[in-house]
Write a protein that binds this ligand. Structure first.
Ligand code: SF4
Ligand code: SF4
Length: 343
């Protein structure tokens, strides 16, 4: 939620935006227009990466205002295909595959089948698996300029998860965690189960099974999902996990505060030239390569689908984060690091 009373009109949000990069004085004027409900090109040009929520020194959540205005004004134009994908997600068949009593459940949301060979091995033995449209959090709708869908469905999302009877639910999809850890507070929704992020689950697992871990001695670049802008505190847990499995997260321009969208949000914008999207994807991968990364690590399956081929083609091996942990536990990755065997 945009917190108007916190905004000092400093312009940092739009000046630091990597995609719009307004000169500071212009950024101040443009944000003032948004605040006053006046027309601004920001609503049609913003690619919905949510980064400015972190750039704001006052914690005013400027992206939430931009996104709200994108919906209200209809100035954010989305490709039909992108809307169709978002509309399919809630209709996917839902399933609860019971695991062992006393073990947590993992919510695979509507994205569990996107990257095969990820939720496998000792890490996930005995967990109840929850998946399908009933357990879709709608955060993806932010990227089609319709944040109202997240608010409208948050209560049923929480209720459907609660109805599974799980006492603890691990979020595979970063988007789901953004709702359960952050957005519910804004919406005044109580969550009647423990919420654990996949990163936290993986970190705790390697901590408890330290004797089985063989250090990978690998330099990696991390692709941070846009939804992590809502739950950035877990980044320290990710660093801890990487250290425990012998992975060095290279310092690079496009990580943490400076992370870029994988390109999915841009590609879904109706009037965005394909070349521009491609240019940003390449900037991201080349930044990783130039920083010395041998591998690119993904948390979000959508990010992996968007960047794995491009990374591999430039000599940067793609991995889903859980597969990197499986590797450190000595497991074979029959389907490759990110669900695809490259010849
Ligand atoms: S959400 Fe991303 S693209 Fe949009 S204004 Fe903020 S930083 Fe820029
Ligand atoms: S939202 Fe934050 S960064 Fe943007 S103008 Fe207001 S105070 Fe500055």
């Amino acid at each position: 939620m945009f917190l108007k009373e916190k905004c000092t009109l400093c312009g940092e949000c739009l000046a630091r935006c990597p995609y719009l990069a307004y000169p500071l004085e212009e950024a101040k004027k443009e944000f003032s227009r948004l605040m006053n409900g006046e027309a601004s090109s920001v609503t049609s040009r913003c690619i919905t990466c949510a980064a400015c929520n972190m750039f704001c020194p006052e914690g005013a959540n400027p992206f939430d205002l931009i996104n709200e205005l994108q919906e209200k004004t209809g100035t954010f134009k989305v490709a039909e295909q992108s809307l169709a994908v978002m509309s399919i997600a809630p209709t996917l068949p839902s399933q609860v595959i019971k695991g062992e009593a006393g073990k947590p459940a993992i919510n695979l949301c509507a994205v569990g089948d996107m990257i095969p060979g990820v939720i496998e091995g000792a890490l996930f033995e005995g967990l109840t698996q929850i998946k399908g449209g009933d357990y879709f959090c709608y955060v993806g709708w932010i990227h089609v300029g319709k944040p109202g869908m997240v608010a409208d469905h948050a209560a049923s999302f929480v209720n459907n998860l609660a109805a599974t009877g799980a006492k603890e639910i691990i979020c595979y999809h970063d988007d789901c965690y953004a709702v359960l850890d952050n957005k519910v507070k804004e919406f005044g929704i109580a969550v009647p189960f423990k919420v654990t992020h996949l990163i936290e689950y993986l970190r705790d697992y390697v901590k408890e099974h330290a004797g089985r871990v063989r250090k990978l001695n690998m330099k990696i670049a991390y692709q941070q999902p846009c939804a992590s802008r809502y739950t950035f505190a877990k980044d320290a847990i990710l660093d801890d996990l990487f250290e425990r499995i012998g992975v060095t997260r290279v310092a690079r321009r496009y990580d943490r505060m400076g992370a870029l969208c994988c390109g999915a949000a841009m590609a879904g914008m109706k009037d965005m030239p394909r070349e521009t999207t491609e240019e940003w994807r390449m900037k991201n991968i080349m930044d990783a390569k130039e920083a010395g990364a041998e591998a690119m690590v993904f948390l979000c399956p959508m990010c992996a689908l968007n960047l794995r081929n491009r990374a591999k083609a430039r000599g940067v091996e793609p991995y889903m984060v859980s597969n990197l942990v499986r590797l450190a536990l000595g497991e074979e990755l029959a389907l490759g690091g990110a669900g695809k065997k490259f010849e």
